[in-house]
Design a protein around this ligand. Sequence first.
Ligand SMILES: C[S@@+](CC[C@H](N)C(=O)[O-])C[C@H]1O[C@@H](n2cnc3c(N)ncnc32)[C@H](O)[C@@H]1O
Length: 289
Amino acid sequence: MPAEIVQWVTEIDPRLIIDGTFGGGGHTRCLLDAIDPKSSNGLNIIALDRDPAVSEREESAGQDPRIHLFLGSYEAAPKALAAMEREKADAMILDLGLSSDQLADRERGFSFNDPDSPLDLRFDPENGQSAAHWLLTHREEDIANTIYAYGEERLSRRIAREIVARRRREATIKTVGDLVSVCRKCVPRSKNHDIHPATRTFQALRIAVNDELGILERTIAAAPNWIAPGGRVAVISFHSLEDRIIKNAFRNDDRWNILTKKPLRPTASEVQENPRSRSAKLRIAERAK
Ligand SMILES: C[S@@+](CC[C@H](N)C(=O)[O-])C[C@H]1O[C@@H](n2cnc3c(N)ncnc32)[C@H](O)[C@@H]1O
């Protein structure tokens, strides 16, 4: 939903924007083109991404001097501001989830179409625990609870039992194909075959190994401290757990004025062009003056 992001952010004539989920840089480039096409408005973008592949790609592409790229979580936005000797940003945008580059990377484990891919699922493969390791080191009950809470998967207990049974037989889950076969065994195909039996389980593990909801909750709660009065935060989320966190964080802190009473949704033509955007919701709030 880049057009909506550009519209809402441009309105406040920002000078410093944080793109907390830089990815392929699509949103950043739209903002630069809309606000500062001739590089004369003094716009700077702090771009953050946890994925080291993003910084490698940007460095080799030769960077626009207005983009200040930091490797790390958007939770570390205040550190990036400090590194630029600034206290507050005028806007922050977050486009949650994974990028198409990550989905296409066969080493990351994000796609069901790569059964031999290692089951990693980390945005930053250099830190933390891979999903395969996570499944090896957690108890059956924790695995079931996580798949239930973060994947909203009714059959979480059955799946956890099968994972632990395979662990005992020393047939541990190492690859995407291993976990898909567990899910196929435990989850009946959905009525109109529109959802893959492993979708909810993969979502849950990805959220867990990346602490996605914790980071989102802590960041939005702290953001009024480093977003300038009158500044705006725009967040695109892809499932109800994320959307609930954003909605409540904006509602429960009177330093935010909510600008989107209902979340904005992609247009039909946007969904046709990019089917992965069909569940996207955009919420925007303004830091009270
Ligand atoms: C949907 S993509 C963003 C696409 C981007 N808006 C564009 O236009 O190309 C999400 C990106 O956020 C990154 N990401 C996920 N969690 C993050 C976090 N806590 N901090 C920083 N980046 C994160 C992922 O690595 C991924 O590159």
